[in-house]
Design a protein around this ligand. Structure first.
Ligand code: AP5
Length: 182
């Protein structure tokens, strides 16, 4: 059983690698970014509330993502494992996640921190070209990551759950490094 949290800056490869691992372990890949983008596309009430924050590269309000994570983790398919990609993103979300997991009698095994230098991140994102992949918004997303998400590295290190993986290598090499851990 794999119960993993992926941490890392925008463009680190969280989505790419967590999808591969989720497929190979037949467990759900739970990406808050993807769920939010689908909501925006479908113009749901969640999407309408989230869109402006996402377009600016800001975090959407905690309550919106916390509610959707609680609901998703409570589905029966999480009993055999899961991968969280893009959640938690700040100290409040990390504390609430601990609370939710405790409530649902679940726990995580490892937190995988994908480490990639800024210049590689920017180059990857600019060549992908998603709606929030323009220079100004990428800069803001990196700033938000540094200020709000990067402190979670210490949070999970102090719980002895953190493993840092060099994400600045080919996708295949990152995958094989991850396969050795999971
Ligand atoms: P989200 O979708 O989570 O975006 P992000 O963190 O900015 O992550 P990315 O998808 O850009 O990067 P990634 O690390 O997944 O890399 P990927 O594998 O895609 O969030 C989007 C927005 O939603 C946020 O800004 C926020 O507004 C909101 N949001 C989401 N979660 C939230 C939360 N919890 N709280 C509040 N708001 C939230 O790869 C990127 C590119 O690099 C791809 O083209 C890929 O092919 C390429 N690539 C990957 N690995 C390699 C490699 N090893 N070598 C070469 N290229 C590679």
């Amino acid at each position: 059983m794999a119960r993993l949290i992926f941490l890392g800056p925008p463009g680190a490869g969280k989505g790419t690698q967590s999808k591969v691992l989720a497929d190979s372990h037949a467990i759900p890949h739970i990406s808050t970014g993807e769920i939010l983008r689908e909501a925006v596309l479908g113009k749901t009430p969640l999407g309408v509330k989230a869109q402006g924050y996402m377009d600016r590269g800001e975090l959407v309000p905690d309550q919106l993502v916390v509610d959707l994570i609680r609901e998703r983790l409570d589905k029966p398919d999480t009993q055999s494992g899961w991968i969280l990609d893009g959640f938690p993103r700040n100290a409040t979300q990390a504390q609430i996640l601990d609370f939710i997991l405790n409530e649902l009698s679940l726990d995580y095994d490892r937190v995988i921190n994908l480490d990639v230098p800024d210049e590689t991140l920017v180059a990857r994102l600019l060549s992908r070209g998603r709606k929030d992949d323009n220079e100004e918004v990428i800069r803001r997303r990196l700033e938000v990551y540094r200020n709000q998400t990067a402190p979670l590295i210490d949070y999970y290190e102090s719980r002895e759950k953190l493993v840092t993986v060099d994400g600045n290598q080919s996708m295949e090499n990152v995958s094989s490094a991850l396969n050795k851990l999971v």
